[in-house]
Design a protein around this ligand. Structure first.
Ligand code: SR1
Ligand code: MG
Length: 412
């Protein structure tokens, strides 16, 4: 049997051989350097570079279980979904998605553009780098990919075919459990609450029946609202950035779901960046400048998204009833309500659940981490409970200011 005719989990040297033999990406004289560069929760990512010519490629391979824990058994089909979505998103949002070179259903891997000149946005933000075009880019990505795949724009049979192509039960189940259920009821005992906040979490999340009821409603929205093709995991670890470039990666959680799922993920992860800076940077001009930039970016993400969505609606909607006066506003209101709800859910699950974020876990001083987590969770609860009223960038900043004032830094 030839080398790559049956599935096996590759090591870096195998991936280099694969790139040469199967992809024919490098010529025979290539001097290949290969490393596994993935630090995500699910897959293996190999970067292969020709030291002679500088040509490089990234190969992403799916395993049968998640890297973070083998409790998660996952279909290898997620790699096909990722490849197909990257191609589609690249058409819908040119310049904002990496180029893909090929997909191999036997090895469950796909090859794509090497973006090593970019930084993973979460890391960049933790190094206090600013990305002045991010809000502009990500709102174009979201408005285009979300609205243009919805029933408002697509022929309904085409849309239903896409719903079928992107049925993603295993990865949706992860989100259903980790985002919508476990932060509010540790049913599978997988949560990893920070010890000094355990009682706070038990009281404020597990013990708050009104909150749990709202999370149940949001979960059913996620389960049943096939509104548009969502990325499904649009946090700052799924975005590569440079000051003048944004590339969205890792859409393996994509499926037909509520548009607010993506927007809420972006907003929540900007909140984490703000809270990390506010908690760990010494008081002074640098902190004010960085936190101010993050806050303005968050505000712009919400407001630009709304403006672009509304403009695109007028330009692209084909469904006649969607043009009735008042319908566009009603539809967008629903997306914004879901956005606020998901912002709250993402804030909770990244603090309480198994898949946490460095913005919080890297806070070394326990008292500061306690404060940062409580600030986020308190803000999250208002986003969920009052989601109908959180509609603009200003509304988020007001809530953030309110939550920060409840937990003063205690600086001299
Ligand atoms: C078991 S996977 C845990 C998390 O990692 C992914 O990036 C998603 O955010 C998922 O919820
Ligand atoms: Mg990912």
């Amino acid at each position: 049997m030839a080398r790559f005719d049956a599935y096996f989990l590759m090591k870096p040297a195998d991936a280099a051989e694969y790139a040469k033999e199967k992809l024919a990406f490098f010529d025979d004289g290539a001097d290949l350097q290969f490393t596994e560069i993935g630090d995500g929760n699910l897959n293996f990512i190999f970067r292969i570079v020709d030291r002679r010519g500088g040509r490089s490629v990234v190969i992403k391979q799916a395993g049968h279980t998640a890297r973070i824990s083998d409790q998660f058994k996952l279909s290898l089909d997620r790699n096909r979904i990722e490849y197909d979505i990257l191609k589609l998103e690249r058409e819908l949002a040119p310049g904002l998605v990496p180029e893909v070179y090929g997909y191999d259903p036997i090895m469950s891997c796909c090859a794509m553009e090497d973006l090593s000149d970019h930084a993973i946005m979460r890391r960049g933000l933790l190094e206090r780098r600013r990305y002045p075009l991010f809000a502009e880019h990500i709102t174009t990505f979201m408005a285009n990919t979300l609205l243009l795949t919805s029933d408002a724009v697509l022929d309904h049979k085409r849309k239903k075919a896409l719903v079928g192509d992107f049925i993603n039960p295993d990865l949706c189940e992860i989100t259903e459990d980790l985002v919508y259920t476990e932060p509010f009821d540790d049913l599978k005992a997988r949560n990893l609450p920070f010890g000094p906040n355990l009682e706070f979490i038990q009281r404020e999340l597990y013990g708050d029946e009104a909150l749990r009821l709202e999370t149940a409603k949001l979960k059913f929205d996620f389960l049943t609202n096939a509104q548009c093709l969502v990325h499904g995991d649009l946090h700052t670890g799924s975005i590569f950035v440079l000051p003048d470039s944004t590339k969205v990666i890792d859409p393996e959680f994509a499926f037909y779901g509520p548009a607010g799922y993506d927007v809420g993920n972006v907003v929540a992860n900007l909140v984490f960046a703000w809270v990390n800076a506010d908690t760990t940077m010494p008081a002074g001009r640098e902190r004010d400048a960085f936190s101010g930039w993050v806050a303005r970016t968050l505000e712009e993400v919400v407001d630009l998204f709304k403006a672009k969505w509304r403009k695109l609606w007028d330009e692209k909607v084909t469904e006649p009833v969607a043009r009735y006066p008042g319908f566009a506003e009603w539809y967008l209101d629903g997306v914004l309500r879901d956005t606020a709800g998901v912002t709250g859910l993402e804030l909770c699950r990244r603090i309480v659940g198994i898949a946490q974020v460095k913005d919080i876990t890297s806070i070394a001083d326990p008292a500061k981490r306690v404060r940062a987590e409580r600030l986020c969770l308190t803000l999250a609860k208002r986003c969920i409970l009052e989601r109908g009223q959180v509609r603009s960038g200003r509304d988020y900043l007001d809530l953030l200011g309110w939550a920060a004032a409840r937990y003063p830094r205690g600086e001299a």
